[in-house]
Design a protein around this ligand. Structure first.
Ligand SMILES: Cc1cc2nc3c(=O)[nH]c(=O)nc-3n(C[C@H](O)[C@H](O)[C@H](O)COP(=O)(O)O)c2cc1C
Length: 179
């Protein structure tokens, strides 16, 4: 399985980038090839119908679509913002939806995420699922949400809690082998 993975957070020290690196290691161990994209390279300007009419899809949206197209599956690691999808991620997915038929149609997609709050991304995943499934993505039934992310990793980017490591690994293995 060829996986394209990216984090829905732009910041360099993002907990979701850390989580995604761990997920990628799990996926490679399970036999997948994984490319991690830097969301900064795939984050288009705000959707603007005039911009689209004048010049079509921005290069970042085209690049994201090309990566989705070339993959057998996608992993998104995203925080939730105000119990919903971070604006930059929603905007990128809105641009992706401008190509018909939807480029996400039938694409196996796994949602994982880390937040600093007490409830690991549950509402964010619900909102993200709506947007992804509207574009006909095959969103994996289960997801992995990490709460209290600020204390969840060691300084070397590993899980502080072995039970969390095992939980993520089991989900990634299931996604890679069943999706
Ligand atoms: C605008 C904004 C809204 C946020 N809303 C939530 C939220 O609804 N739930 C939550 O657990 N954390 C929330 N947070 C905190 C994020 O979980 C935290 O900033 C996290 O580190 C973001 O992920 P990152 O480390 O990958 O950038 C919010 C942060 C921002 C900046």
């Amino acid at each position: 399985m060829k996986i394209f993975a990216f984090a829905g957070s732009l910041r360099a020290a993002s907990f979701n980038r850390t989580l995604l690196a761990l997920a990628a290691t799990n996926a490679r161990t399970a036999g997948a090839t994984v490319e991690i994209g830097d969301f900064r390279d795939y984050c288009p300007p705000h959707y603007d119908g005039d911009l689209e009419a004048a010049s079509g899809l921005p290069r970042e949206a085209q690049a994201l679509i090309a990566k989705i197209d070339a993959s057998d599956g996608v992993i998104i690691a995203s925080p939730e913002y105000n119990r919903s999808i971070p604006g930059p991620l929603k905007n990128a997915l809105d641009w992706v939806s401008r190509v018909k038929p939807y480029k996400l149609t039938g694409k196996p997609l796994l949602m994982i995420g880390a937040t600093s709050g007490k409830v690991g991304c549950l509402d964010g995943f619900a909102a993200l699922r709506i947007t992804l499934e509207f574009q006909a993505a095959k969103v994996y039934a289960e997801s992995y949400g990490l709460s209290r992310a600020a204390s969840a990793f060691t300084t070397s980017g590993q899980f502080a809690d072995a039970a969390e490591a095992a939980k993520l690994n089991a989900l990634i293995r299931a996604f890679v082998t069943q999706a």
